[in-house]
Design a protein around this ligand. Structure first.
Ligand SMILES: C[S@@+](CC[C@H](N)C(=O)[O-])C[C@H]1O[C@@H](n2cnc3c(N)ncnc32)[C@H](O)[C@@H]1O
Length: 247
């Protein structure tokens, strides 16, 4: 059974274990395993994938007034196959990614631009993840995301406490089922098909956007306190089963 590499303590502030597992589960489903992170900072999200999958990544980050942070991050990444770029314009038209994480500048304009570029560089069955989409300090992220989504060919299949996961509508049922199946088998994973599932409710409000429903895995962003996955992270009894490649 394959085990994931331990998530270093200093990275837990930046990536909650649940999101780390979800990202690996998605990338593991591709033979190509190419990913892009927009907004790298200390590269917690990228490093989780580089350590735990046979992947290669690209990071886009201009590091405004953050040159020391850039140097420190470059050192952490030097053992891996990873390319650093300043902006999307530096990508070639032939660069495609299976998983794209958007966590750069948190304004309406920047997120909208990141999404329009990302959809052009996404592989066939690929997934785009938008971070901080529910963050009350950055309403521009939600505004940009929904403005883009409504006119796009994309649909969300998974909502977590801090992120939303989208794919082309034609892949929606594939990814919805992928996580429905895998979450069902692991009680550590907090998830539901709709708010209040399993309780008797007067009525159900389906989590649908434009006729596509999404799985829910809500939590508060205090990973050290709230992630039920953290205590079992070093042994990760479930990962070998969850992350079976389908390619
Ligand atoms: C919240 S941090 C990213 C954290 C990172 N994703 C992680 O998991 O550790 C935001 C990053 O966005 C970068 N940033 C700022 N403006 C940007 C832009 N226009 N495009 C891409 N990244 C940008 C900042 O330099 C900063 O490193």
């Amino acid at each position: 059974m394959r085990k994931l590499e331990f998530l270093p303590k200093e990275d837990i502030e930046w990536i909650i274990p649940k999101e780390a597992l979800i990202a690996v589960s998605i990338l593991d489903d591709f033979s190509t395993k190419r990913f892009l992170e927009v907004g790298v900072l200390n590269a917690a999200w990228s490093l989780n994938l580089l350590r735990n999958t046979d992947s290669h990544g690209v990071g886009i980050d201009p590091y405004p007034n953050l040159s020391q942070m850039r140097e420190r991050t470059l050192i952490k990444l030097e053992r891996h196959i990873y390319v650093f770029l300043e902006n999307f314009e530096n990508l070639s038209n032939f660069d495609f990614f299976d998983l794209i994480h958007i966590d750069g500048e948190h304004t309406f304009e920047a997120v909208y631009k990141d999404l329009t570029y990302s959809e052009k560089h996404l592989s066939n069955r690929g997934v785009i993840v938008i971070d901080d989409v529910w963050h009350s300090s950055f309403p521009g992220v939600a505004a940009a995301f929904f403005s883009w989504l409504i006119n796009s060919d994309f649909a969300p299949f998974l909502v977590t406490g801090s992120k939303i996961y989208v794919t082309l509508k034609s892949n929606h049922s594939y990814w919805y089922r992928h996580f429905e199946e895998n979450f069902t088998r692991y009680p550590e994973f907090p998830w539901m098909r709709y708010y209040g599932e399993g309780k008797s409710l007067a009525y159900i409000s389906k989590p649908d956007i434009g006729s596509y429903t999404t799985l829910l895995s809500p939590d508060k962003f205090i990973p050290q306190n709230l992630s039920s996955l953290l205590p079992i992270w070093p042994t990760q009894p479930f990962l070998g089963d969850v992350f079976q490649s389908r390619d």
